[in-house]
Design a protein around this ligand. Structure first.
Ligand code: CA
Length: 260
């Protein structure tokens, strides 16, 4: 039976360590000092080895063992830059934790789980997780995934990343992540926005499902291309006309322009 770690343990890195690898994507954090990681893990042995590894990489790691403590930490005045979320937690399912985090925060979430089957990956993705890592994993891979999600947060992906793009009745504001059709604001999830914004980078160009996965989910979602279809279906429904996103049979999707 695994030992449950009670409460939280904060590990503060000295200032001299701030130039270590953990501080590399500093511009992604919006604060000085090393990247803050919130590790949500109830297995003390897994937590201990990951804590050591992440500390060695220069990250500032806060560890909690329950979903409730994770939600509290995300809502705190000094929220983490990245959440590593175990799915099997003692007080609530990790998927529920992910859903609740996503309802209040844009913090990148990397689901870390022994459950590696596609259904779990797809569910986590659809709840707004940014990446999915299956146990056991190497520390270098974990650190690389953390840096990748931080780069995605820090690096605008679109040519008009800070501007407002108008496409007929459709307006996409990448800075505020807001979408309007005519004057009506459309409430898209972060991933739905990313899919739409990616298609809008080159209106009319066909993007393959694998390209969309690669771009929006960083290519870690092997075999989950049907998730793209689910997101496209949601975007069409919310925009109010399926013609906004055209399916190109056997290829992928492109941004369309419905008749009024
Ligand atoms: Ca667990």
């Amino acid at each position: 039976m695994p030992v449950v770690v009670q409460g939280t343990s904060k590990i503060h890195r000295p200032a001299a360590q701030d130039t270590g690898p953990g501080a590399l994507p500093g511009s992604a954090c919006g604060h000085d000092g090393p990247v803050r990681i919130l590790m949500v893990e109830d297995d003390a042995a897994v937590a201990a080895s990951s804590l050591d590894g992440l500390r060695a990489q220069g990250f500032d790691v806060e560890h909690v063992a329950t979903g409730g403590a994770a939600l509290t930490a995300v809502a705190s005045p000094e929220p983490p830059d990245v959440v590593l979320l175990d799915l099997g937690l003692p007080d609530m399912d990790g998927q529920e934790v992910c859903r609740r985090i996503r309802s209040t925060s844009e913090v990148p979430v990397i689901v870390v789980s022994a459950r590696g089957d596609e259904a779990d990956r797809v569910i986590a993705l659809e709840l707004g997780a940014d990446d999915y890592l299956v146990k056991p994993f190497g520390m270098r891979e974990l650190a690389a995934r953390i840096r990748a999600v931080l780069r995605r947060v820090a690096t605008p992906t679109a040519p008009a990343a800070t501007g407002v793009q108008e496409l007929g009745r459709l307006t996409i504001d990448r800075r505020t992540q807001r979408v309007h059709v005519d004057d009506e604001e459309i409430a898209l999830t972060a991933k739905e926005f990313d899919v739409l914004a990616y298609l809008a980078e080159d209106p009319g160009a066909v993007r393959r499902r694998t390209e969309i996965l690669e771009h929006v989910w960083d290519g870690h979602w092997y075999g989950a291309t049907k998730t793209v279809d689910a997101h496209v279906a949601a975007i069409r429904k919310k925009l109010g006309d399926p013609a906004w996103v055209e399916a190109v049979r056997g290829v992928g999707f492109r941004l369309g322009s419905p008749e009024r």
